[in-house]
Design a protein around this ligand. Structure first.
Ligand code: NHF
Length: 449
């Protein structure tokens, strides 16, 4: 039986800040193949779609005019809400973001009030804490089944006043409230994007024991495909030589990092320390490192310093590279290093796996669930897992990776491509979300080993 699904999210393609946009859009489009799917998202000043409805609401003691724009995108009806704070940058400063989240909640309730006689959702599926007020109001006024998905825990506490402003005072009996805790509390089902992340964060998820499960994200290998590479017909070593040359480096074993330069999650600081450690090893001469990303100025300066110290080995790219260039890199380098401290799911490892770059990654979260480790299961391995925050362990793993014979590398690449294509598809994710919606999904049970 087709279902009517209403999805709430702060990011929806083409608006993208992180992995959230990819995940929500792919799930919405996958579900739309057999179900009626609509999305509510802030317009963030992009004016996407045609004006559909304008209405007024009271917000912080003023009258705010909200316009809902509407567009059809790959089978999904997307409503973007604009007006006042809904037109700021996706994630403005913290206080503005909280106010924007409240306004998004009220605007979502106003829009569904208009649509409900023709589209009464069976399920409202909200993603990440920014949608908590929208979820609360839609549940309060329309009583649909509700699902809340955690893509990354934020662990914030916000003043209860924001819930009062949202007309949800009943959800805020204490002065300080954790919005994702509230979203999980009111939802009928709670999901997160990998099994290991769920277990690592069990201290949080145990509060909702009985209605918690995981739904893995997927990967669309049709874009991340070797056939689409510029030099698809050339052998991989030649592609590597060419790409290294393009970045002004001579040939060698190529390791790449791509991701945000931050201290909390992505672990570029561990990688920089690892490169410093490796510089004392004889293997270093044959190792090349391409580091792509930006963010924390201190980390950018450190990365530049490492590049200046080892100009023959290290290239740092702080520009945002087009997806096609990133694809060339994945399809040419030998290894992709993912030294994250936590990773609810992670996309880089799967993009790399689709294109034959072997991941060397922290044994945590979604990385651990998607990568089969060479040292644990050599036959089926798809990459190499290392303990997080351990620059020496990473250095050791990179030196042994550099020594791997061609046969092993080919096996790792082939296994990885197969695993990404077969086990982590968006169709699979959508099938499981439908089980969540209908209450037919297995749950996380702390006593089951
Ligand atoms: O892939 C989409 C993304 C995840 O690990 C990623 C993260 C945020 O940190 O689910 O959400």
């Amino acid at each position: 039986m087709p279902m009517r699904v209403l999805i709430l999210s702060f990011e929806y393609l083409p608006v993208k800040v992180g992995g959230l946009a990819e995940a929500v859009t792919n799930v919405a489009e996958g579900l739309a193949k057999d179900n009626e799917v609509i999305v509510f998202t802030p317009d963030h000043g992009r004016s996407l779609g045609e004006p559909f409805l304008t209405f007024r609401l009271s917000f912080e003691g003023r009258t705010v005019e909200v316009t809902a724009r509407k567009r059809e995108q790959n089978g999904v009806t997307v409503y973007t809400l604009s007006g006042d704070l809904l037109d700021t940058d996706v994630y403005p400063d913290w206080e503005t973001l909280l106010r924007k989240a409240v306004l998004f909640g009220k605007a979502s309730a106003g829009l569904l009030n208009h649509l409900v006689s023709t589209f009464k959702p069976d399920v409202v599926h909200a993603h990440d804490w920014h949608t908590v007020f929208a979820l609360g109001l839609l549940k309060k006024y329309f009583s649909p089944k509700t699902v809340f998905t955690v893509h990354r825990l934020n662990k914030a506490r916000i003043p209860a006043g924001y819930f009062h402003e949202a007309n949800l005072g009943e959800l805020a009996p204490y002065p300080e409230i954790d919005p994702e805790h509230t979203a999980c509390y009111i939802a009928d089902a709670v999901t997160t994007v990998s099994k290991s992340y769920l277990l690592e964060e069990w201290d949080f998820f145990r509060n909702f024991d009985g209605k918690v499960t995981h739904v893995f994200n997927g990967i669309d290998c049709s874009f991340w495909s070797e056939e689409l590479l510029e030099n698809a017909d050339r052998p991989r070593e030649e592609r590597r030589r060419l790409i290294l040359e393009r970045f002004g480096l001579s040939d060698g074993r190529a390791f790449m990092f791509i991701g945000r330069f931050d201290r909390a999650q992505k672990g570029v600081d561990t990688l920089l320390r690892t490169i410093e450690i490796l510089s004392g090893d004889p293997s270093f001469r044959e190792m090349r490192f391409i580091i792509v990303g930006k963010g924390d100025p201190g980390l950018e300066a450190w990365a530049r310093a490492v590049e200046n110290r080892f100009p023959e080995n290290v290239r740092v790219i702080t520009d945002v590279l087009p997806r096609e260039t990133v694809r060339e890199l994945y399809g040419s380098v030998d290894f992709v290093v993912i030294p994250s401290y936590f990773e609810p799911f992670g996309l880089v490892q799967l993009e790399a796996m689709c294109l034959g770059a072997v991941p060397i990654a922290s044994a945590i979260g979604g990385l651990k669930d998607t990568i089969i480790d060479l040292n644990t299961d050599p036959e089926n391995a798809t990459g190499i897992l290392v303990p997080p925050r351990d620059a020496f362990a990473l250095a050791r793993a990179m030196v042994s990776a550099k020594e791997l014979d061609e046969g092993t590398l080919t096996r790792l690449r082939e296994n990885a491509k197969k695993r990404a294509r077969r086990d982590f598809t968006w169709e699979k994710a959508c099938r499981r979300y439908l089980l969540v919606y209908t209450g037919a999904v297995d749950k996380a049970m702390p006593f089951l080993l």
